[in-house]
Design a protein around this ligand. Structure first.
Ligand SMILES: Nc1ccn([C@@H]2O[C@H](COP(=O)(O)OP(=O)(O)OP(=O)(O)O)[C@@H](O)[C@H]2O)c(=O)n1
Ligand SMILES: C[C@](O)(CO)[C@H](O)COP(=O)(O)O
Length: 228
């Protein structure tokens, strides 16, 4: 069975408060999107990489990486889950089979390691598998005013990261079911859980952070500089 990637990249990056969507901010002379796609392209097993971009995206199609033979693109959607579903449907339209494997990876996670991708692929199963990082700190829940309400048990508590893997048809049906039933889907595993599946957690590098807030830029610059 073939392996495909879907890269949700149609967000606007509100929390980054930048002059452009965060995936187009530059780090070491390249946009975050280029860092991420270049890294995914280094994993030879990806048959095709389907990136979901905003319909009016003024940047993507002018980038050399958009011309790579393995890079396909489709329109993103209102929410991340809609962009992912659009990507899955676009892959099927391009000839992917529902029995093929798909990994979904945020464009905003440029520090993904090829080793983590390989380990996720090696863990492939019908329930799905995701890359995560175990929580390291004591976790607190607060009220809206920041008053600590409780300490959250952190045993077996993880940060869900990406990529997240599943059989393409299984994930597509799980997302469609979740949307039809108004169930919350913030990652692929939550959709799989909604249909009773139990994806496996694979411990990955904590450096695989999602660029979300302005202070994340310094961190990924450090990670990407140290790797090069
Ligand atoms: N409608 C959307 C919303 C998000 N994403 C993508 O989903 C990933 C994770 O989402 P997030 O970090 O929340 O990105 P944004 O939605 O851009 O950030 P914000 O919530 O701060 O606006 C990102 O790669 C983003 O581009 C997407 O493809 N389509
Ligand atoms: C999918 C994800 O990266 C898992 O941690 C995360 O949920 C995406 O960010 P969002 O802000 O929830 O869209």
């Amino acid at each position: 069975m073939a392996l495909y990637a879907v890269v949700p990249a149609a967000g606007v990056g509100k929390r980054m408060k930048a002059d452009r969507p965060k995936q187009y901010l530059q780090v070491n002379g390249q946009s975050i999107l280029e860092h991420t796609l270049t890294r995914l392209l280094c994993f030879p097993m990806f048959e095709k990489i389907m990136i979901a971009v905003n319909h009016d995206d003024p940047f993507f199609h002018n980038m050399p990486v958009s011309k790579d033979v393995r890079i396909l693109n489709c329109d993103g959607g209102k929410e991340r889950v809609d962009s992912v579903l659009n990507g899955l449907n676009a892959l099927v339209q391009q000839g992917a089979d529902v029995s093929d494997w798909v990994m979904v990876h945020d464009v905003a996670r440029p520090c993904i390691s090829l080793n983590d991708i390989q380990r996720l692929y090696d863990a492939r199963n019908e329930h799905g598998a995701i890359i995560g990082a175990p929580v390291r700190d004591t976790m607190k829940r607060t009220d809206a005013q920041g008053n600590i309400i409780e300490t959250v048990e952190r045993e077996q508590l993880w940060h869900a990261l990406t990529p997240q893997l599943a059989p393409l048809g299984v994930l597509k049906k799980a997302i469609e079911f979740s949307l039809q039933n108004n169930l919350p889907v913030t990652d692929e595993a939550s959709a799989l859980e909604h249909v009773g599946l139990k994806p496996i957690m694979i411990a990955g590098l904590a450096s695989n952070i999602k660029v979300t807030h302005p202070d994340d830029l310094a961190m990924i610059t450090q990670f990407l500089t140290n790797e090069s």
